[in-house]
Ligand binder design. Structure first.
Ligand code: CA
Length: 228
């Protein structure tokens, strides 16, 4: 598993890195809050172990910024401060668990592995959505249909994600416009229809059956193809 460690004390960082490495994990270490946060944003990790007191921005701020940016890597917060208020503050900032220093290494491993298991169960380690042979990998922002990669523009990708979330349900042009374009729908505009057609052309490449159906007078519906 890929673990991001944000810890400014080299001794503790070294000890955690070595120990987790011996347990078969790959650990990347940052020694201050800002570097740690940019690493958390740029790369996909299965777990982040974040110290509370850090140079630059502190562990709580790192955690809040990650959550605000929709980075949902599980966070295990480390701190020398063990009061209930500190724990609550950490959990409120978006941490998933809390470990008070000094700790036994065995406890760190047990908690880290529990978070990894939980995240894996929730499908968090690689976020994917799938429907009718289409798989959207949200970590890599890639889309495949029956295993073949479909290159999409950002707008087409967002449009497809919206249909995937609403698979099997009719959505109106106005709902699509506000979710994907973020503005009030102008009924005289055909932008939604234009993009649905772009998306259809890509999804149906190679003669694949249509999944994005037109619901006349209302909008669109993503559904399983009936008898190709
Ligand atoms: Ca520290």
């Amino acid at each position: 598993m890929r673990i991001l460690l944000i810890e400014d004390e080299p001794k503790i960082a070294g000890f955690i890195q070595k120990g987790l490495g011996e347990n078969g994990h790959s650990v990347t270490t940052a020694y201050d809050g800002n570097t740690g946060l940019s690493m958390a944003m740029e790369d996909v990790h299965d777990l982040a172990i974040v110290d509370l007191m850090l140079p630059g921005i502190n562990g709580l701020e790192v955690c809040r910024a990650m959550r605000a940016a929709q980075v949902d890597t599980p966070v295990l917060m480390l701190t020398a401060l063990g009061s209930t208020d500190n724990k609550v503050e950490g959990l409120n900032a978006g941490a998933d668990d809390y470990l008070v220093k000094p700790f036994h290494f065995r406890e760190l491993v047990a908690r880290a592995e529990a978070l990894l298991r939980r995240a894996k169960k929730a499908g968090k380690s690689t976020k994917t959505k799938s429907f009718a042979g289409i798989v959207v990998n949200e970590d890599l922002r890639t889309v495949t249909r029956d295993g073949n990669e479909i290159p999409l523009t950002a707008r087409e990708y967002n449009l497809l994600c919206y249909f995937m979330v609403n698979a099997g349900r009719v959505v109106s042009r106005a709902q699509i416009a506000s979710a994907v374009w973020g503005y009030e729908f102008d009924p005289s505009s055909n932008v939604v229809d234009v993009y649905v057609n772009y998306l259809r052309n890509k999804l149906e490449k190679g003669g694949k059956p249509r999944l994005l159906m037109t619901v006349t007078g209302f909008g669109y519906l993503l559904k399983e193809a009936t008898n190709p």
